[in-house]
Design a protein around this ligand. Structure first.
Ligand SMILES: Nc1ncnc2c1ncn2[C@@H]1O[C@H](COP(=O)(O)OP(=O)(O)OP(=O)(O)O)[C@@H](O)[C@H]1O
Length: 873
């Protein structure tokens, strides 16, 4: 697998061979390819070769006919409302497509159909040497080879098994990938690109919503659209549609819901989460609390996001926001939980410095105009530019920290206004900004060597004095905390002087701790403001915005944690979409061929197994005072070499086979980041401060270290704070999260980044494909299509179609009515199946309706759609 972060940009603008869109078509309320609005394909005049299914007459579109009044049925049982399935003749070639799975080049059916293809001037996908797919026209074909012409006039002779069939033009840009007759990597890529080129950034992949980041404003949002989705006058895939379904299902089933948004950095997760929140706020609002909830976004973004190489506004934390509803369906409050704030990202404190800068100093203009703020923060524009963290940061990013197109002064105003809305008092705001300024100034604290053993002392300059003033401590105390460490030896306390590197580490650790405590404190303030306390009565919708799978050239502890979290989330995804689906069929006695899917349990075991899993071994090594990154790597190789998901690499590296591909980790810094030690001297310093926030931070650090914990505690150097390892804490949070998600009905949104330049209009095939593979989109379509995507209770089926029966069977039970309908219209038995009925949920349903609820499922996609059947009837 090519690493996502290092993927070579082999794609190009509109690089597929299909004709480029003629100008941009603004998205209209009716999607151009939501075919259910009454289009059906007539039988092709030429049916030859239909049995092998790969030989449709793509160019013959005269057969498209409009059939009135067939697109209005809403399928209440479908997770995302009405299915947008093309209405096709029962035996039309699209309906009878034989390709429910993603064929590899080797499985191509092309050989069988080449001669027909040639005769009908069929098009096919051909993979170029750069990995991109192009659409070629078959000029001539033999049993094994074809001659194809590519868009730029190139003519090639290729092996037939290097070609993949293309879909007929009528399927260009369909709303749901499930509708594609030929489902393969190029057809999926092309369909998504077709839509993306027309600003239709949302596409369904069965039950999953795929969202492609447009990197520009698209006309798809706002009240008009919200109302249209609420009224269901628009059926196009959208985040609003997902939020609407979640809201309806929460009310209907009285079950908590979750919207799980994933994707790699810059793919659009946070924006998507905000769009979902916007919809929920519009529909469930009224009390005013929704306004507060929306205002949490600028605050968390200001304090927790940073400009990175991949995203100008990258969230450096995972976030779960649970929106609570009253029994009447109105928003009553919310609760935010954050995960693994990335203060560990860099040992040189540059990331959190960047965050501070974003709030404090990127707002240069307003600082110039605001002497009061400068006074509060003890900074001015000139000094800011000379702060060490900033210089380090500029070097690190090789670019300026300023973000093009962002009005800093306006952003600063938005953040302070949002803090007002969530009831953070002006005094608290001032203290919070002072803490950020202290973090920045700490970066400027320098040291002089005072003896020939390289011991140091902080220089009592402007930086040191300002930090002391901002946090409210004596300068002397600060100097001591940064240059000495108290050690307990038997009953005596020994004061050890620090060497330069130790002092720098201590300084940076203090800065990081202040920053992360400040972030936690802010989240706590927000939760207090949004909390419903005992008033909580109804259900909730949780929105999870969490970093996706990461694979870079160099992968460290952060990628290790992030990818572990993604393994768990992938299992959740698998469980819900594949496993539960299959289990349901088995329970219902539905006869179906088991569809295989990648189960990632083996990889999770590699991480979680005790005592010989990656996490346990990491914690064990972190507790050894003499443990090093190298000894950790060696231990892994010693104990895990026979594990099929693990591979030892040279020196300090190892490779894990994740569901999304292999990732090699470099263990450099693993132990230090996992221990994340905070020296007691620094905690004591903060608790001795006269200002309230540092005192609060100190006590929360102490509480954390004193908490009874399950997992290893770190105690090194005698007097250091004992605490849970970062990995153990992360695992605990992840387990809690999974438990919470397990009790909800999930809705999945997969965000895709179309290019690494963060620019509109560029669609890099390779990059998109890589992400589609990583998030299992192709797999989910394959599995959903090969099952029974439409299910109805017998009652519903009988109610809906019973009137079509020639003889009145009103007195009969719903099952008999259903059977009669299917028999009357000679519906082929392989197109549907009757279920046995569900032991629990269906029985409850029965109790509710006082009817015998038995369950029936029938094929939709393999041959006909529900709409087609109506047409046929
Ligand atoms: N629906 C959208 N419409 C317009 N622009 C968008 C949309 N979604 C994302 N963007 C643009 O892409 C940028 C990155 O999106 P976002 O911050 O949501 O990514 P992310 O997946 O949350 O990244 P990270 O994991 O780094 O936080 C946004 O700042 C915005 O400019």
């Amino acid at each position: 697998m090519a690493p996502a972060g290092t993927h070579s940009s082999s794609g190009s603008r509109n690089s597929s061979g299909k004709k480029a869109p003629k100008g941009r078509v603004p998205p209209s309320f009716n999607s151009i390819k939501s075919l259910p609005a009454g289009i059906r394909l007539m039988e092709s005049s030429e049916k030859e070769g239909q049995s092998n299914g790969g030989d449709s007459d793509y160019n013959n579109l005269e057969g498209v006919e409009y059939v009135a009044g067939q697109g209005e049925q809403v399928n209440d049982d479908s997770p995302y409302g009405e299915r947008a399935v093309p209405v096709l003749d029962e035996d039309s070639e699209i309906g009878s497509s034989p390709l429910p799975s993603v064929p590899s080049i080797a499985d191509s059916k092309w050989n069988d159909t080449a001669s027909y293809a040639k005769k009908k001037n069929v098009q096919a996908w051909y993979q170029l040497s750069d990995g991109n797919w192009e659409l070629g026209k078959i000029i001539s074909a033999s049993v094994t080879e074809s001659i194809i012409s590519l868009p730029e006039g190139k003519v090639l002779k290729v092996q037939n098994d290097c070609l993949l069939p293309a879909n007929p033009d009528i399927l260009d840009g369909v709303d749901d990938l499930m509708q594609l007759s030929y489902l393969s990597e190029p057809t999926v890529l092309y369909n998504l690109q077709y839509r993306y080129d027309r600003d239709m950034i949302y596409t369904k992949a069965g039950p999953v919503l795929v969202a492609i980041n447009p990197f520009k404003k698209v006309q798809l949002y706002g009240n008009e659209y919200i109302e249209a989705y609420q009224r269901k006058s628009i059926q196009n895939p959208h985040v609003y549609a997902i939020a609407d379904t979640a809201l309806r299902e929460m009310k209907r089933d009285e079950v908590n819901q979750s919207i799980i948004i994933s994707g790699e950095s810059g793919a659009g997760k946070t924006e998507t989460a905000k769009i979902a929140m916007q919809y929920l706020a519009a529909l469930g609002g009224g009390s005013g609390i929704e306004y507060e909830i929306l205002k949490t976004n600028p605050i968390l973004e200001a304090f927790g996001n940073a400009k990175t190489l991949r995203n100008d506004n990258s969230s450096r934390f995972g976030k779960l926001i649970e929106i609570l509803f009253s029994e009447t369906g109105k928003i009553s409050g919310a609760k935010i939980q954050t995960f693994l704030l990335e203060k560990v990202r860099s040992s040189s404190a540059d990331f959190f410095a960047l965050i501070c800068l974003k709030i404090l100093v990127s707002d240069v203009t307003s600082f110039m105009n605001s002497p009061e703020w400068c006074n509060v923060l003890k900074v001015n524009v000139r000094t800011i530019y000379f702060i060490n963290f900033v210089l380090e940061l500029q070097l690190h990013l090789e670019s300026s920290y300023t973000i093009t197109g962002v009005d800093d002064a306006e952003q600063f105003r938005i953040v302070t206004e949002a803090l007002d809305v969530v009831h953070v008092t002006k005094d608290d705001q001032e203290s919070a900004f002072a803490m950020l300024a202290a973090v920045l100034w700490l970066g400027n604290v320098s040291f002089t060597i005072i003896d020939n053993e390289n011991h140091v002392e902080p220089v009592a300059d402007e930086a040191l004095l300002t930090v002391a003033k901002l946090i409210g401590c004596e300068v002397k105390e600060l100097q001591l905390a940064l240059s000495t460490r108290k050690m307990k030896v038997r009953n005596d306390i020994i004061v050890q002087k620090l060497k330069l590197s130790q002092a720098i580490d201590t300084r940076d650790a203090l800065a990081k701790s202040i920053y992360s405590c400040l972030f936690d404190w802010l989240v706590e303030q927000i939760n207090k403001s949004l909390g419903v306390g005992k008033r909580r009565t109804g259900k909730s919708i949780s929105i999870l915005d969490i970093y996706g799978f990461e694979s870079f050239e160099r992968n460290s502890f952060e990628q290790f944690c992030i990818n572990y979290a993604n393994e768990r989330l992938q299992q959740h995804f698998n469980r819900h979409l594949f496993k539960l689906e299959q289990e349901e069929y088995i329970q219902d006695g539905i006869d179906w061929t088991k569809v295989e899917f990648e189960d990632n349990q083996a990889c999770l075991n590699l991480f979680e197994k005790k005592p010989l899993g990656l996490l346990s071994l990491l914690d064990e090594e972190s507790t050894f005072p003499n443990g090093t990154d190298l000894s950790f790597a060696n231990k892994l190789k010693q104990h895990l070499k026979s594990n099929s998901c693990f591979k030892g690499e040279r020196e300090k590296a190892f490779t894990v086979s994740h569901y999304a591909g292999e990732v090699s980790y470099d263990t450099t810094g693993f132990l230090e980041k996992n221990r994340d030690l905070m020296h007691l001297d620094s905690v004591q310093l903060l608790s001795s401060c006269k200002t309230s926030l540092p005192q609060k931070f100190a006590s929360s650090m102490l509480v954390q270290s004193e908490k009874p914990v399950v997992g290893p505690l770190f105690k090194s150097g005698g007097a250091d704070s004992q605490k849970l390892s970062v990995a153990a804490k992360f695992k605990g949070q992840l387990f809690q999260l999974m438990q919470r998600l397990e009790s909800t009905t999930p809705h999945f949104i997969r965000c895709i980044k179309p290019n690494n330049l963060q620019s509109p209009g560029i669609y890099e095939q390779g990059l998109v494909l890589q992400q589609l593979r990583c998030c299992g989109v192709l797999e989910v379509v394959r599995i959903s299509r090969s099952g029974f995507p439409t299910r109805m209770t017998h009652q519903k089926f009988a109610r809906r179609y019973g009137f079509l029966l020639l003889e009145s069977v009103a007195s009969q039970d719903p099952l008999s009515v259903s059977v009669a309908i299917l028999h009357q219209f000679n519906i082929l038995p392989d197109l549907y199946q009757f279920g046995k009925g569900r032991p629990l949920d269906r029985r409850l349903e029965c109790l509710r309706t006082q009817e015998i609820g038995r369950f029936m499922a029938f094929y939709v996609f393999k041959a006909v759609s529900e709409g087609t059947r109506l047409g046929a009837l």
